[in-house]
Design a protein around this ligand. Structure first.
Ligand code: PXP
Length: 253
């Protein structure tokens, strides 16, 4: 069964908009867990635009599920990671000017650095996942730099219009099969919503979906615990929620 990692960066975004102490992503993570989150994901960006170092330290102490730390492939982040010992690290590309992570890693142009970084973190006993586009060459490169996991970027699928969505879904399915035959374990995420998540959650072999923006958005209407509970149902029982998804669509029109 696919598990759900809840990305809470956008809770920190609201706090940072006023540089204050509320809402506190650490408290909210506990509500996400009560709603059924199997893990909590945070992205500690180099510019600290949302999640802060203090959040990482407190989340490590308080959450009862798994902590997945997304970070750039830098020495600073590697040191922070090894010190704080998340349950998994997901290496993502990072550009200061971007609003959110825009695409998968460019492994070829950073192969030496990634090999050292992945090796050092895994030697410290922390599994490393690489956020990549769902292409065979990226999977092969992930293996070459020593990663044991990949997170497939679902952004193209999420952004595709209806007549391209099936092709993007097939691309994801083929990437999962290829990853498995290479011995890589697979997560996926980015841009998934209550409306588009079910076909991805139905793909055998994806162990966890990391989902943030849509859950935090829905939480404004129904509260975080319920928003997570609703998403958990879509992820664990995909294609069984037609009435619920239709009711969301009605509210949007
Ligand atoms: N996975 C990765 C690697 C990400 O960078 C993000 C966004 O921070 C997500 C998943 C979650 O994306 P979204 O907020 O669009 O659900």
């Amino acid at each position: 069964m696919t598990s759900l990692g809840v990305n809470i960066d956008h809770i920190a975004n609201v706090r940072q908009a006023r540089q204050t102490t509320e809402p506190d992503p650490v408290q909210m993570a506990l509500l996400a867990e009560l709603g059924g989150a199997d893990g909590i994901t945070i992205h500690l960006r180099e510019d600290r635009r949302h999640i802060q170092d203090r959040d990482l330290i407190l989340l490590r102490e308080t959450i009862q599920t798994r902590l997945n730390l997304e970070m750039a492939a830098t020495k600073e982040m590697m040191d922070i990671c090894i010190k704080n010992r998340p349950d998994m690290v997901t290496i993502v590309p990072e550009r200061r000017e971007e609003v959110t992570t825009e695409g998968g890693l460019d492994i070829s142009n950073n192969q030496k650095n990634l090999t050292i970084l992945v090796g050092s973190i895994q030697e410290a006993g922390i599994p490393v996942s690489l956020f990549i586009d769902p292409f065979l060459d990226q999977l092969e490169k992930s293996l070459e730099v020593g990663a044991t996991w990949v997170e497939l970027h679902t952004g193209k699928y999420a952004d595709a219009d209806w007549n391209n969505q099936t092709a993007e879904l097939s691309r994801l399915k083929e990437a999962v099969t290829a990853a498995q035959s290479l011995g890589l374990r697979v997560n996926a995420g980015h841009g998934l919503t209550y409306q588009n998540v079910e076909p991805v959650a139905s793909i055998d072999g994806i162990e966890e979906l990391n989902i943030g923006h849509t859950i935090v958005s829905r939480a404004i209407a129904v509260g975080l615990k319920d928003a997570v509970q609703e998403m958990k149902r879509l992820v664990t029982e995909p294609r069984n929620n037609k009435l619920f998804v239709e009711s969301l669509n009605k509210n949007h029109s």
